[in-house]
Write a protein of this length. Structure first.
Length: 77
């Protein structure tokens, strides 16, 4: 999938989600905050993320919306 993305034939956002899924499954911190651990006060909470202060910058670089925007779309009332 990485090769497809680099060749312009793959979806960078899907690669980011796959990367996070693999890291979480290995018990490691994710990079992009795409994997959700649960819901707290009606809002999705990501699994632990490496360098969370830079998470939104990394999300933007791969074409993902900021985490707060994503959470707002999926928050339970």
């Amino acid at each position: 999938m990485t090769e497809a993305v680099h060749a312009g034939k793959g979806d960078n956002t899907q690669l980011a989600m796959l990367h996070d899924r693999m890291l979480v499954n290995e018990g490691r911190p994710q990079i992009y905050g795409t994997q959700i651990a649960g819901i707290v006060n009606g809002a999705p909470v990501p699994w632990p993320c490496e360098d969370p202060e830079q998470m939104d910058q990394r999300r933007t670089e791969v074409g993902l919306e900021p985490f707060a925007v994503h959470v707002a779309k999926h928050a339970q009332a």
